[in-house]
Design a protein around this ligand. Structure first.
Ligand SMILES: NC(=O)c1ccc[n+]([C@@H]2O[C@H](COP(=O)([O-])OP(=O)(O)OC[C@H]3O[C@@H](n4cnc5c(N)ncnc54)[C@H](O)[C@@H]3O)[C@@H](O)[C@H]2O)c1
Length: 268
């Protein structure tokens, strides 16, 4: 992303997302995938909206908002139906429409990421699915009425939904449910010309990833086993998010797209 003197260089008139209102949910800090997606969407000309879980998490989001003309931020804890409804109302009031929504949110209690998967408690299962899966349905419900000229909804998933990564535990089950949710939402919202897709990203060193014991091994394997040996970073995921939100992806919906240097294609 071109950055000059603390300013994201935007292609306000000519970029792939020129003039589109793009809402990116889930900025925790500078390393969040949502932050990279926000930067990339702004650089592609989007009118950028960021959300963060609460006002304590807004510092880094504010830093990006400060670099992008006309950008705004809103706090939204996705465990609260009221806050999701309020987000939809605020977007309606402040922008009148939304063109793209990115859901980059996931959470599992620390206890559920330790020990045996067999020991996952009912409460930990519930909160993991509430924050990581149900929130996509609720966010889509809040924002879809504002997608009056069609739209795009994109979420972030991980290959631990398809195969067992012993460290990923209940989060793998939640990501499988998230990918199924993408297909059901795509079927439901297609008549309104709203596309719904997931990016299955390779491992990136973010706050959420640091909560996964053994994450360093998962990250190490990526470089060892992928067809593309070059570095993998959030900017590459962000460029795919820009593509999915734009006209180039007009016929893509209900899809889970692997953006992982080709790791998913490998057996051994
Ligand atoms: N980092 C990776 O290796 C990787 C790989 C594939 C997919 N993903 C997925 O990407 C998404 C973003 O994660 P990240 O790696 O950028 O980490 P991150 O920690 O920067 O982002 C996770 C976000 O979820 C938010 N969140 C948690 N509980 C919330 C709640 N109740 N309400 C609102 N927001 C809440 C956090 O505040 C944070 O902003 C997640 O869905 C994650 O599973 C990450």
């Amino acid at each position: 992303m071109a950055e000059a003197a603390g300013q994201v260089t935007t292609q306000a008139a000519t970029g792939a997302l020129a003039g589109k209102v793009c809402v990116v949910m889930g900025v925790q800090n500078r390393w969040s995938i949502a932050y990279a997606i926000g930067e990339a969407m702004a650089a592609a000309g989007a009118r950028l909206v960021l959300t963060y879980v609460d006002d304590r998490a807004k510092r880094d989001a504010d830093a990006l908002i400060g670099q992008v003309p006309d950008a705004r931020g809103y706090a939204c804890n996705v465990e609260s139906d009221e806050e999701l409804v309020a987000l939809g109302e605020a977007l309606g009031r402040d922008y009148g429409r939304v063109d793209a929504l990115v859901h980059s949110i996931g959470f599992a209690p620390a206890a559920a990421m330790k020990g045996r998967f067999l020991e996952t408690t009912r409460d930990d299962f519930k909160v993991t699915h509430s924050v990581s899966v149900y929130s996509l349905i609720a966010a889509a419900r809040a924002v879809a009425p504002l997608m009056t000229d069609g739209g795009s909804i994109t979420t972030l998933t991980y290959i631990g939904s398809e195969r067992v990564f012993p460290q990923y535990k209940v989060m793998g089950v939640a990501k499988a449910a998230l990918e199924a949710t993408v297909r059901y939402l795509a079927a439901d919202l297609g008549e309104e010309r709203i596309r719904v897709n997931a990016i299955s990203a390779g491992p990136l060193k973010t706050a959420a990833a640091r909560g996964i014991p053994g994450f360093a091994d998962m990250h190490g394997q990526l470089l060892e086993k992928t067809p593309l040996k070059e570095g993998f970073d959030a900017e590459k995921v962000a460029r795919t998010a820009v593509f999915l939100a734009g006209a180039g992806a007009a016929a893509i919906t209900g899809e889970t797209l692997h953006v992982d240097n080709g790791y998913h294609a490998m057996g051994m």
